[in-house]
Design a protein around this ligand. Structure first.
Ligand SMILES: Cc1ncc(COP(=O)(O)O)c(C=O)c1O
Length: 477
């Protein structure tokens, strides 16, 4: 499907020179080409699919939160979890057999961030993990380098490592990747011995909202600055944004110029006039990770390549998930209902959770030993441990002090993710990194990542009490 924008917008630039060997050689599956003949009176003996009458599933249905405006009649249905008891619900019903128009309409229901060029398109993925892997295979050959935030999502690095695709860290601040650091790095590329024989990286991977692990969110200005550097240095940006809709303060960035007309931060995609942003969206954080449905928005040429890749890998995300989502988002909620769900439910829930964890931290943790920057989106608090307050600071590596603290936390029954897991530094081969109680690498990884998305409010209080006690025990030893 192609969703052309207003014709006064420019066409995407030609980014063919960015394609990897794999990306450039992807062809459409000839078998799928038969589908276009399937109309009118055509009798097909071609496809290898079983007939729907043989499926043992007669229909699919689910009780979902109702997004009908207050006062409208809502059907009462049996509740499936304790939370649902306090909210009104409605039923999604997916009948047996094909649903012409429904799944196709899912794609247009997903058009929430419009880029500023004409020929952009959307292709479904099995979530952002899948989308990222496809983007990388389209753009990178073995030996290429990708620019990444200096603390980043480990699965992204782990996906690239075995493919021989290397990563180059870019400095961050409280707003995520620094546009100044990115520009400096590229302006001066080749000036240090390690870069001497290396081609300048052309692809950037970044998580602009509620960054994993730091919780940082880019301001509108930062987003514009990143786009500016990308134009100047001719970069492709992979915008991995699973936490986009978990923004707590919608419309409060005074520098926003209403790009999305809804008060959400403008996405990098919506600021893109060239077709250089590959945006990854997923339902994993807003609906349920088990959906395994996401979507990639980007220039139409890239979409075609990813579509061909899908045809020989996942084919498409689960039809069960697509059927339910299409019914829910197209027939039941509509785009308005989905937006209300995101603002009234998702945002409020995560905002309250985030505030609660922070309050517990302030109540139970001595600020001399640890601190954090307040997150404005996402699921994470990135806790900085003040190792310089440790009585043995300077007499042993910071890693050893962090390992001591991590062990004490585990002993006291509070678990957070060790900061080193998000480090971009090369992992030492002589350490067994699966031995979490026995190793800590990267002396700069003096952080723990706490998540407020899962534990109950009571558990968060308990966790911060235990964390505070662990810090006291280790720092007064
Ligand atoms: C930055 C980032 N990208 C991708 C994912 C995974 O997304 P998905 O479940 O859509 O594959 C996560 C979280 O689990 C994440 O933090």
């Amino acid at each position: 499907m192609s969703i052309a924008g207003p014709s006064q917008l420019p066409m995407a630039k030609d980014f063919s020179s960015f394609l990897s060997l794999e990306g450039a050689s992807r062809k459409k599956s000839p078998l799928k080409g038969l589908l276009r003949f399937m109309k009118g009176d055509m009798v097909s003996l071609g496809g290898g699919l079983p007939h729907p009458s043989n499926f043992p599933f007669y229909s699919l249905s689910s009780d979902i939160a109702s997004m009908k405006p207050v006062g409208q009649n809502v059907k009462n249905v049996a509740v499936v979890n304790e939370k649902a008891a306090s909210v009104s619900s409605e039923n999604v019903f997916v009948p047996h057999g094909p649903q012409p128009g429904k799944v196709e309409n899912l794609s247009s229901a997903l058009q929430m961030h419009r880029p500023k060029y004409q020929d952009w398109d959307v292709v479904l993925s099995a979530g952002n993990t899948d989308g990222f892997a496809k983007a990388v295979s389209m753009l990178c050959n073995r030996g290429d380098q990708i620019l990444v935030e200096e603390w980043t999502y480990p699965a992204a690095l782990e996906m690239m490592d075995p493919l021989g695709i290397r990563h180059v860290p870019v400095g961050m601040d409280g707003e995520g990747m620094s546009a100044v650091a990115l520009k400096d790095l590229l302006d001066n590329w080749g000036s240090i011995p390690e870069q001497a024989n290396e081609a300048k990286p052309r692809v950037v991977y970044l998580i602009p909202t509620g960054q994993n692990p730091t919780g940082a969110t880019m301001s509108v200005q930062r987003r514009k600055d990143i786009i500016k550097v990308a134009k100047e240095h001719d970069l492709i940006l992979i915008e991995d944004d699973p936490y986009y809709y978990l923004q707590f303060f919608i419309g409060e960035d005074k520098s926003a110029d209403n790009e999305t007309q809804s008060g959400w931060m403008p996405t990098l995609l919506s600021l893109d006039t060239d077709g250089r942003v590959i945006r990854l969206d997923t339902f994993s954080k807003t609906l349920a990770p088990g959906c395994r449905v996401g979507y990639m928005s980007m220039n139409a040429r890239f979409c075609t390549i990813v579509q061909s890749h899908n045809e020989v890998t996942i084919q498409q995300p689960s039809g069960f998930s697509q059927g339910l989502l299409a019914e829910m988002l197209v027939s039941n909620w509509g785009q308005e209902g989905y937006k209300r769900y995101l603002t009234e439910k998702v945002r409020t829930e995560y905002f309250n959770r985030s505030q609660h964890l922070q309050a517990c931290f302030r109540k139970h943790v001595n600020p001399r030993f640890a601190s954090f920057i307040e997150p404005t989106a996402g699921m994470f608090v990135w806790i900085k441990i003040h190792v310089d307050q440790h009585p043995r600071y300077g007499t042993m590596p910071d890693s050893a002090l962090m390992l001591e603290l991590f062990n004490k936390c585990v002993e006291n029954n509070v678990l957070m993710v060790p900061g080193w897991q998000f480090s971009c530094k090369p992992k030492p081969s002589n350490l067994d990194l699966s031995d979490l109680l026995g190793c800590w690498f990267d002396d700069e990884a003096t952080y723990l990542r706490a998540t407020f998305s899962y534990a109950t409010f009571e558990q968060m209080d308990q966790a911060m009490t235990r964390f505070g006690e662990s810090l006291e025990a280790v720092f007064s030893a």
